[in-house]
Design a protein around this ligand. Structure first.
Ligand SMILES: [Zn+2]
Length: 226
């Protein structure tokens, strides 16, 4: 077995074990554990907040990746104090993606906390085939042009026809891959030293795919009422 496969198997075993030992504390958690809720959409539709990462693990098969890691030093009267900040991306490569960041005095707790937060932060994005040059109708790209921001970084995603691929920097590409988008044109602005901001801006852009839908529906409703 190759190392990567071994790691994946171990990861899978751990997930199964964690879920087997899970004692849910929230009402939604209990319903998921009992098999009464089998789709994450059922929770999102009711606008209920998810407080247990095991809920997400039960309903989605997620991949995890640390996208940023920083060691920071603070000088205090007591001396130097180190802390770690981890940013973890999770996604099922099929429309669900989330990011979590966390700080801790130690490395692993920072990563663990960030992973948990990423799961709780997960959101569904809307994919589509918004390109005029492509009429396949499948969700391989974004449904329309969207722009996201994070501090000084701006990322614009433009619908592209099938086969275009992801023409973007690694940080942006990873987010798109985790969301399950395979073809898109990307325009980005901002300092390349702020790696995490590119991830955040891309996520922000992807979230616009659902916000716009909502506002379009409101406009439609408004028109109907007139
Ligand atoms: Zn298409």
């Amino acid at each position: 077995m190759k190392r990567r496969e071994r790691e994946e198997t171990r990861h899978e075993d751990e997930r199964e074990k964690n879920l087997a030992n899970w004692i849910p504390k929230t009402e939604i958690g209990k319903k998921v554990r009992a098999g009464e809720i089998t789709k994450i959409e059922e929770i999102f539709e009711k606008n209920k907040s998810i407080l247990e990462p095991e809920i997400i693990d039960s309903l989605l098969e997620l991949e995890e990746k640390m996208v940023d890691f920083k060691k920071t030093t603070r000088v205090t009267r007591a001396g130097r104090q180190f802390s770690f900040r981890a940013a973890v991306l999770v996604g099922n490569k099929n429309g669900f993606v989330g990011l979590g960041t966390a700080k801790d005095k130690e490395r692993w707790p920072a990563i663990r906390k960030a992973t948990k937060k990423a799961k709780l932060n997960i959101s569904k994005i809307r994919r589509g085939c918004g390109s005029w040059e492509c009429t396949c109708g499948l969700g391989h790209s974004v449904p329309f042009r969207v722009t996201g921001k994070a501090s000084s970084v701006k990322v614009t995603l433009i619908p592209a026809p099938k086969g275009t691929g992801l023409v973007a920097g690694d940080n942006i590409k990873e987010v798109l891959q985790f969301a399950g988008i395979t073809d898109v044109w990307v325009k980005s602005f901002g300092s390349t030293s702020t790696k995490l901001n590119f991830v955040l801006a891309t996520l922000d852009a992807l979230k616009q795919t659902t916000k716009m839908k909502a506002s379009n529906e409101i406009i439609k409703k408004d028109e109907q009422q007139r």
